[in-house]
Each structure stands twice: as structure tokens, then as C-alpha cells.
Ligand binder design. Structure first.
Ligand SMILES: *Cc1c(COP(=O)(O)O)cnc(C)c1O
Length: 344
């Protein structure tokens, strides 16, 4: 819903979007069936549509991005295998260690460059020789966008070549793949095509209430489907949720450019406010530092103005634009920041 003078401007994440009236209508009208039997027509359409659009054989609709990434890791790797992954990547740091807990799969973290890429020389150096001392290196996992940053397209081509040369699988945590595609001005398959499997979140900037899709070749998606059941993620008449995803793909992709424009505008305004250190703006995210002792007070001030921020990743604040934040919401945010930093 668009923000009004009294509505909340929630900048904590693009996960907080609520389904629009049109999306709810699409959900209500969805044809459904039992997806554990493979009989939900709307789920089937969503899976085939995303797979086709991104250049893959098959797709698998799942409840969350965390589960989608986990199923990809379980599909690519066996017990005692390892995946190469960014030190600050979601699939390493923010998924509860699921691959280790449930798959006996070991992560080999690689320190990321400032643009989010894993330097390929470091990746290559981390690949273990075939030797009983070592876990078997099976997979390289990348993330795009990472902290809002789109990985350079020529980097993706290099990562693809390296993975092929060493017989590694290549997985993309593309929770915000569509933001990257819109920001780079390329069709999403120009990014996805470098990978063996890609996970996409429908529940972030695309604005669906729930759901992610894992796409890949039949063999890997069949394995992932089995693991989805094992991890308790087999669902029944999920077509109503898939309908929200289809609606999002029809109506909420091109408009991601609006989120990026609003984030750039917000960054430009905050740069002019004394007391705020603008660290950067990438796609729909703005990163700022504010003096740590003033954070709680700032948070309280913003709450009073109907603005929510997340102060969980101190000392840096991440402000995220999305479907439920319009131009007026951005102006209110700028005014509230100015008011706080100028009156003291
Ligand atoms: C949100 C996110 C996920 C996980 O998605 P959930 O649906 O919250 O489990 C994975 N990777 C990245 C980069 C994300 O931002």
C-alpha cells in the first residue's frame, strides 16, 4: 500500500512488502491442486515460467530463500564435500549453518572484494586437491546482488570458466537477481545463464508475501525436490502463493527501477545532512554511518515520525526501498533525518 501522511515508512528490508489489492485478487482466483503430487497447476506454471525465462530445464517453488539455497547445496554436494562461498555471503553467514547441520557439507569461506566478488585467484587457490586429507571441493556459490551491488557481468563469465575448468558446480543466490538485471539493463538470463542453479526470492523487492524458486537442470531439481520433502517443505495447495509470484513477475519487475531511483535520491539528500556519513548506494539499498551514541535516539525520533530502520547491523545502517515506499515516504524520511541532525 502506498504511504500516506500517517502510514509507516519501513526501510528495514524489502521483505516487509504487503501484497497489493491486485495481487490478492490474483491469489484468490488461483487454480490449485496438491503440489506434493505435482498437481498444482499454478505452481507448475510459476516453476516453468521462471525456468524458461532464465534458461533452465526446471524450477522448484519453495517457502523461503534460505530453503532454496539449502536445497541447492544439498543437490550439488554430498556428505564430506565443500562449497566455496563469500565470507559475508548469505549462504554462509545468515542461513543457520544449514548445509553443515543437514548435509554434512563444509563451507570454505573466501574474503570478498568490496564489490562482493570472490577474487578468482583466491577461489582457485582454495580448491582442494583430490586427497583423503581434504573435503572434496564441489561447488562455487555466488550472490547477486550482494548488499545491493550487482556483480560485473565479465566477472560472472570468468567465474563460469573457472568453475568449468575445475569441474565445480556454480550456484547463484539470486535473491535479488531481478534488481541486478534491472540495474545492469540486461535480461535476467544474461546473469543466470552463467550458473548451474539459481535461487530467486519472490518475497523481496518483487513484493510477493512468501516464496522463492530454485531453477536448474532436471537432475539437480529432482534431487532438490526430494530434499525439500525431507526438510519438511513439501506443500499442498500452494497455488495461491504461486499466483502471487506470477503476479509479481508480470507487474513488479520493471518497477524495481523506481526503487533504485528512490534509493539514489535518498542517498543524495542524506549526503547533504551533517552528522551522517554516506557509505554508498547500490540498487535499492543505502548504507550510512551515524555516530553510535546517537543511534537509539535517532531510532526513537524516526519511529515517532512513522519511519522504521533496522539498527541490527551496527554501526552501519542499511535503508532499503521497495514497493510499499513511494516518493512521499522518501521525502518524509529525508525530512525526519534533517530534523534530527539539524536541531542539535
Ligand atoms: C533474504 C535473502 C535470502 C533468504 O531468503 P529468506 O526467504 O529470507 O529465507 C538469501 N539470500 C539473500 C542474499 C537474501 O537477501
Amino acid at each position: 500500500m502506498p504511504s500516506t501522511a500517517t502510514s509507516l515508512v519501513d526501510l528495514r528490508s524489502d521483505t516487509v512488502t504487503r501484497p497489493t489489492a491486485a495481487m490478492r485478487a490474483a491469489m484468490l482466483a488461483a487454480e490449485v491442486g496438491d503440489d506434493v503430487y505435482g498437481e498444482d497447476p499454478t505452481v507448475i506454471v510459476l516453476q516453468q515460467r521462471l525456468a524458461g525465462e532464465l534458461g533452465f530445464d526446471a524450477g522448484l517453488f519453495v517457502p523461503s530463500g534460505t530453503q532454496s539455497n539449502l536445497l541447492a547445496l544439498l543437490a550439488h554436494c554430498e556428505r564430506g564435500d565443500e562449497y566455496l562461498v563469500g565470507m559475508d555471503a548469505h549462504t554462509y553467514k545468515f542461513e543457520g549453518g544449514g548445509a553443515a547441520v543437514l548435509g554434512s557439507i563444509q563451507p570454505q569461506p573466501i574474503v570478498q572484494a568490496a564489490d562482493g566478488s570472490l577474487p578468482l585467484a583466491q577461489v582457485e587457490a582454495a580448491i582442494k586437491p583430490l586427497d583423503p586429507h581434504f573435503a572434496r571441493t564441489r561447488l562455487l556459490a555466488l550472490e547477486n546482488t550482494w548488499h545491493g551491488r550487482s556483480l560485473p557481468l565479465d566477472y560472472l563469465a570468468g567465474a563460469h570458466e573457472l568453475a568449468r575448468a575445475h569441474g565445480l558446480g556454480l550456484h547463484l543466490d539470486g535473491a535479488r537477481l531481478f534488481n541486478a538485471a534491472v540495474a545492469c539493463g540486461v535480461p535476467p538470463r544474461a546473469i543466470a545463464g552463467h550458473f548451474d542453479t539459481v535461487s530467486i526470492c519472490l518475497s523481496k523487492g518483487l513484493g510477493a508475501p512468501v516464496g522463492s524458486v530454485l531453477v536448474g537442470p532436471h537432475a539437480l531439481i529432482d534431487k532438490a525436490r526430494r530434499w525439500r520433502k525431507v526438510t519438511g517443505g513439501g506443500w499442498r495447495q500452494a497455488g495461491m502463493l504461486a499466483a502471487a509470484g506470477l503476479h509479481a513477475l508480470d507487474h513488479h519487475v520493471a518497477r524495481l527501477a523506481d526503487d533504485h531511483r528512490r534509493a539514489a535520491y535518498l542517498a543524495g539528500c542524506l549526503r547533504e545532512v551533517g552528522g551522517i556519513d554516506l557509505l554508498g548506494q547500490h540498487t535499492n539499498m543505502v548504507f550510512i554511518d551515524v555516530p553510535a551514541p546517537r543511534l537509539r535516539e535517532l531510532d526513537a525520533h524516526l519511529r515517532q515520525a512513522g519511519i522504521r530502520i533496522s539498527i541490527g547491523y551496527l554501526p552501519t545502517l542499511r535503508l532499503v526501498t521497495h514497493l510499499d515506499i513511494d516518493d512521499d515516504g522518501i521525502e518524509r524520511t529525508v525530512a525526519a533525518f534533517r530534523d534530527f541532525f539539524m536541531r542539535r
